[in-house]
Design a binder for this molecule. Structure first.
Ligand code: AQP
Length: 324
């Protein structure tokens, strides 16, 4: 039997090249070797206020992005989180196992709650429990995510182990899959910060649906560090980040990239990076336009049905072991 992977993205904001290189690209690469479940996590999206009409539209748009990135519905199960109610049922059970202290340590809550626990939503605080529930329901072996999700994944492992110790072996304890290159693509405007959908400065992110002109302008405006050589250098986060994007989009090795840009300056480098990005995005955006809503529903409904058969089995075992 194939091992299982699970991952998901939130239908909020606009997906950027960091989401693609840190997560989606690996989802596609892993879908042959693993039995894959890729979820559109719309229940996570409502941890911050959302306009209902926009959320509905963005949920379908995200399905288009999964498909355009190369997630193949013949090989992978694609579904919407709220179509499988077991996610929220298991989240309640796990919230009775989780501890306040461990949730208080989550850095994303501190960032997104802007340090104001009094005003922050309870859902934002308990979000990592819902994420644990998403993963554990599918007896997931591997979770491909970007670096920013590592802490949440560790919580999922802790909850699985705690439950197994208390009630008998029930959950597979998942392993993270965090790529060596691309795990944290940085903002083009501030290479100390991750590229982020919720960044107020749109110049910091290359969105997957940006047009060629916008992409080229954003790359030309990207901040650079001191030094003139185009090479990987941990002490120069800006060039490191831009070269990583170039490397992952072109499929060249790190050595090939360094060799390629030997003797060249920032001007040449930025032009080539812009060209490589536009060349990657053009066919991607053509594929996004291929799927109408009806085609998407034809993929998402059977996806949810398949997901539910596994999710309800797991939830059944959980309830039984707990005497519910
Ligand atoms: N900058 C990044 N580099 C590499 N991977 C990243 N991911 C996010 N940002 C980067 C990974 O993309 C997947 C889906 O993310 P999400 O939709 O759950 O959103 P997020 O993790 O909260 O990050 P975003 O996209 O920046 O959104 P906001 O601004 O709302 O926080 C995940 O696997 C994530 O690790």
């Amino acid at each position: 039997m194939k091992k299982r992977i699970f991952s998901g993205a939130q239908p909020t904001g606009q997906l950027h090249i960091g989401n693609y290189l840190g997560a989606l690209k690996n989802w596609v690469a892993l879908q042959d070797e693993y039995e894959a479940f890729y979820c559109i996590v719309n229940l996570h999206a409502i941890t911050l206020p959302q306009d209902p009409k926009t959320l509905r539209q963005k949920t379908l748009d995200l399905a288009r992005i999964y498909l355009a990135a190369g997630v193949d519905p013949q090989r992978s199960t694609i579904f919407i989180q709220s179509d499988v109610p077991e996610h929220t049922e298991l989240a309640w059970v796990l919230s009775c196992i989780a501890r306040m202290g461990e949730l208080e340590r989550m850095t994303q809550f501190k960032d997104k709650g802007k340090g104001n626990a009094e005003r922050a939503g309870v859902g934002l605080f308990t979000y990592p429990i819902l994420m644990a529930s998403d993963i554990l329901l599918y007896q997931t072996d591997l979770v491909p995510v970007g670096q920013d999700q590592k802490q949440h994944l560790e919580l999922s492992r802790d909850l699985a182990e705690r439950f197994n110790r208390g009630y008998g072996d029930t959950f597979t304890v998942p392993e993270p899959y965090i790529p060596k290159a691309g795990a944290s693509i940085k903002s083009l405007q501030d290479p100390e910060k991750k590229m982020s959908k919720s960044d107020d400065n749109a110049n910091g992110s290359i969105f997957l649906l940006d047009d060629p002109d916008t992409v080229t302008k954003k790359i030309k405006r990207a901040v650079t560090d001191s030094g003139t050589t185009i090479e990987f250098d941990e002490s120069r986060p800006a060039i490191n980040n831009l070269l990583t994007i170039f490397q992952l989009l072109t499929g060249k090795s790190a050595d090939e990239c360094t060799e390629h840009f030997r003797g060249k300056g920032y001007g040449d480098f930025k032009s080539e990076l812009a060209e490589a990005t536009v060349e990657f995005l053009r066919p991607f955006q053509d594929r996004v336009r291929e799927f109408d809503d009806e085609a998407l529903i034809g993929i998402l409904h059977p996806g949810a049905e398949k997901a539910r058969t596994i999710a309800s089995d797991t939830l059944g075992s959980v309830y039984k072991s707990m005497g519910l």
